[in-house]
Structure formats: C-alpha cells, structure tokens
Design a protein around this ligand. Structure first.
Ligand SMILES: NC(=O)c1ccc[n+]([C@@H]2O[C@H](COP(=O)([O-])OP(=O)(O)OC[C@H]3O[C@@H](n4cnc5c(N)ncnc54)[C@H](OP(=O)(O)O)[C@@H]3O)[C@@H](O)[C@H]2O)c1
Length: 302
C-alpha cells in the first residue's frame, strides 16, 4: 500500500471536511486541528496551540475549512469584532496564516459566494469585486484579505450552497429541500439564484489544488445557476419524492426578515475548468446520486 501524504486540515468534522476525510481516508494522513477532538482539541484562534501543532507537522499544505457558518446567527453579531463569528472566521484565519508563513505551508482557504452582494444577474467571476451585504460574508471577505496579503503560498476556493450525496447531521441544501418537500408543501423562491456545489466533486477539486500546488483565487462550484424552485423540482424528480412545491417570492420574504439575502450567488468556474483534469458532474447528474430522505432518516437515527 502506498504511504499516505500528511495533510493539515481544519473543520474536518464539518459538512465538507468530513466528506473529504471519508473520500481520502487512504490517501492523506489527516492532521486535524479540531476544536471538538476528544484527545487533542485545537481551537484555531489559539495561536500557541496552532503554532506547536504546525511545528510538529511534516505536511506541505493545510486545508482550512473551519468557520462559523450560520449566516442568520452571524447577522446578530454584525460589526462585533469581539464576537465569535469574527473570532473564528478572521482571527482563526490570521493565526493559521501566520503559522503557514512561519512553517512554510501552502494554505488553502475555502470561502464563499457570500463575499459578493448578489446583485449581478450573470455568474460572478474571480475578477468581480467583493461587496458583502451581511456579517458572515463580511468576515469571510476579511479572511480572504488575510490570505491574499500573506507571504506563504495560498489558494482561495469559493463555493456556494454545497450538498453531498449522503446525509450529514447538518442538513445541506439538497437534504433540507428534500425534507421540506416530503413533509408536504415546500415553498421555494423562484427569484433567488445560487450556484450549487456538489461536495463529492468539490473534495476532488481540493485534492487537485493540494497535489498541483495551484495558487490564487478559484471559483469551485458546479458553474451552474439555479433558482431554489427549479432546484427543488429537479430534486423531487431525481428522488421521486411525493409532496408539492409552490413558488415563493424572495422580495416579499425579505420584507419580513431581519437579515439581507443575496439575490444571486452563482459563480463562473471557467478559470478552474481550464486547469482541472477531470469534469465535475452536472447538477442534474449530482442530484441523481443524492440519497432518498427515507434512507437519510434511517442513517441519521442509527
Ligand atoms: N456550508 C455552506 O453552505 C458553505 C457555503 C459556502 C462556503 N462554505 C465554507 O466552507 C467551509 C466548510 O463549511 P462547512 O459547512 O463544512 O462547515 P461546518 O459544517 O459548519 O463545520 C465547521 C467546522 O469548523 C469547526 N470549528 C468551528 N470553530 C472552530 C474553532 N474555533 N477551532 C477549530 N475548529 C472550529 C467545527 O468544529 P466543531 O464541529 O467541532 O465545532 C466544524 O468542524 C467554511 O469555511 C465555510 O465558510 C460553506
């Protein structure tokens, strides 16, 4: 058997990190900086702990997935640079970047389409200016600033609304919609657009970025633009779900809501496509691989 490659990783217990760990269990020896690790918990905002972890590592790269990802809760902390959202997303990234610089590692930050304001009709490219409209997106934009100013090799991979084939404790957009549809009537926006990211493919993109030592900013979604309504209809068809889907209106919803929503966060992946040695699945193909909600309930409950 081939020797595994050591790899530093944060957020390995999360939605995306756990899929990466699952797919590459035989390829990478993961050195996890994980706050809830029962044996060796590491808080990425703890500079001393992170530095001594990096010092002992022979890994050439660190995949940085850890983040405060609840956008609605984050909005309650807007402007608060002492709050947890800022601390994890910005200070945590600063600490990792300083460690990467000191110990000569390639740092790969997973970022979000929420760094954009969502006002563009067409797909956002890497050349578009960031202009976040809520606090989660703002703190991720700050974390990107940390990375782009760094003197170590770096990569930023932006994604949007990720979903995986198998169920996970934190429901992704596909499993959330599937649950809503099977529960009865799902109301889904037909004027809110996003760029779904199939996590099973995205972890392969991460592997490629690590192996190829590619640096720079890359959009790494499916490259497609979907409305919530169309995504729900395609999902219902793929999983043969019973239940009905009704159209709803983001503009009307926005009037009752406290936090702002981006209207369109779909990303262009032309830059990535030029270097990626494999083709990602289309969203229709990916939806065909999503487990049915009945199976999800069974797996989550056991
Ligand atoms: N999910 C999305 O919709 C989405 C969309 C675009 C971009 N992204 C980006 O993709 C990345 C991964 O997202 P995800 O959905 O997989 O995240 P997730 O499921 O919310 O997991 C976040 C991870 O961060 C860890 N963490 C939080 N605070 C920490 C700290 N102080 N020290 C060390 N670890 C800490 C968590 O550990 P515990 O579980 O142990 O607390 C968890 O493993 C994030 O950078 C996110 O911004 C996500």
């Amino acid at each position: 058997m081939e020797e595994k490659t050591p790899l530093l990783i944060t957020g390995s217990s999360g939605l995306i990190g756990s899929k990466f760990a699952q797919v590459y269990a035989n390829k990478y020896e993961l050195e996890t900086l994980d706050i809830s690790d029962p044996v060796q918990p590491i808080d990425i905002t703890d500079e001393q702990a992170v530095f001594s972890f990096f010092e002992k590592s022979s890994a050439q790269a660190c995949v940085h997935l850890a983040a405060f990802t609840d956008v609605t809760v984050a909005w309650e902390q807007r402007g608060d640079t002492n709050g947890l959202v800022y601390k994890i997303n910005v200070i945590g990234t600063k600490v990792l970047s300083r460690a990467a610089s000191t110990f000569g590692k390639h740092l790969i930050l997973v970022s979000t389409a929420y760094v954009f304001d969502g006002k563009k009709d067409s797909l956002y490219t890497e050349n578009d200016s960031v202009n976040p409209i809520e606090w989660y997106g703002q703190t991720k934009a700050y974390s990107e600033d940390v990375i782009t100013a760094a003197d170590h090799p770096w990569t930023i991979a932006r994604i949007d609304q990720p979903f995986r084939s198998d169920p996970f404790a934190k429901l992704d957009v596909a499993h959330k919609f599937a649950q809503k549809i099977t529960e009865g009537t799902a109301k889904l926006f037909d004027n809110h657009y996003f760029g779904p990211t199939f996590i099973d493919d995205f972890v392969r993109v991460l592997d490629f970025l690590i192996q190829s030592k590619t640096t720079g900013i890359y959009h790494a979604t499916s490259g497609e633009k979907w409305s919530d309504y169309d995504f729900g209809v395609a999902l219902q068809k793929a999983l043969e779900l019973s239940g009905t889907i009704e159209r709803s209106d983001l503009v009307a919803y926005q009037k009752q809501q406290v936090r702002p929503y981006q209207t369109n966060t779909a990303l262009s992946i032309e830059k990535l496509k030029n270097i990626l040695p494999f083709e990602q699945k289309s969203i229709v193909e990916a939806l065909g691989l999503v487990d049915s909600p009945l199976l999800n309930i069974f797996v989550v409950a056991t």
